[in-house]
Design a protein. Sequence first.
Length: 436
Amino acid sequence: AIRNNGCTNDLESVESKRNAFLETFNVKDIDEFSDLLATGKIRRCNELESDSLIAAAYGRIADVLPHCDEIECSFADCALIMTNLSLPQSSKNIELDDLFKTIDSVAFEVASESLLHLSDDLPSPKSLMARMAMLRALNRRARLGLPWLPVRPSQEGSAIFGGLAGFGPPLERAGRSFDSNSQSIWVQVPSISARLRKCRGLLFCSVKRSFVDSVMDTTATPTPLSHDEYELPREVRTVRVNRLKARRAIASDDSGLKRKHSVFSQLQREMRGWSGATLRRGFIAKGHGGQKRAFKVKLVGEGVNDYSGPYREVFTDAMREITDIDSSGNTSLGILEPTANNQGGVGEGRDLFLFAQSSDKKNRFDEVSVHLTTSLSTEEQHLLTTFSSLTQKQDEISREIEESLVFLGRLVGTACRHGIPVDLPLPLGIFWKRLA
């Protein structure tokens, strides 16, 4: 009983200290809150960059705190973490140390890794928490409003703004050589979707994930139930995959055999005429462990039934094949190619890959380009450079690469819809961050 009373007293003492600490973060009125927002920006950063850094750090902290996402994360815990980060060691007292011990040390480590390089430019903890409170309020509304806002570029589907060649895609899709300079050359039509993409760093990962999940659920193709609950409906097609032949082909030195008999190539041939709606199915069969599926897998010569295991394995095998490197240092299927650091074995990201390009990079004007370049106007040169994917000379190899890359996207999208983790080692900066 004495021990229980002691624990109760300790908890009450910590709770009183915690309440006293939170009183220092009370805001009297809207004017004080406005002043805190104005001073809550990280120095040497503009407002958008500052809020994006704060949102990213806040998201990482919320990931390690127990039982919470960014929107529902404990304000007191975040305030303690920010205070610990901003105060020098000499300023910390025993009361704060007692409060810091109530939080997992991993959260402090994550906060230090995220913001320590900006420690000299950080505002006061109270101002920083005011910005976080604003970001939380924004994301609460964004979670409800995102489904009603356009996210596609305004140029898409427009033959005026994006379709100079009659295709109607946005500039980023029409020109493979698109870069930041193109933004100053071409008219960027102002739109809600453009502003939303520009400010995507302010949205928490949980908000983005919930939005993507809702989109996938809404666009899933409905599948009627079979008469026998243990049988798959006829709409769920069967794909035959010979993994034994694929392994022999990958182990050989014949690039033609690899591209013909690999699991990736077999899937591509089997699904060549399939529509997007077929791959958007998410049927869950009874006795299959709750695994969503768009098709059934028949593993030739292995004598196994597809109760979700073979379905997941073909995705894993296909991803492993496209990153397999042969004795010459090139990928076996030629769909991806190693990055410069990967090829040289130096620097960071030695295990990363890029989308492959055809070795024939000549365009349709190469035969006369030497004599024509000097006669082209500046505007014509911009057209030729920016829309290189449309003016590029198409050969059989480049067409095969483009078709394989399109199928790779469909395969990864299907795996994402069905909760199957796949290893796709693409660079963070030039690929994944553009998606996030």
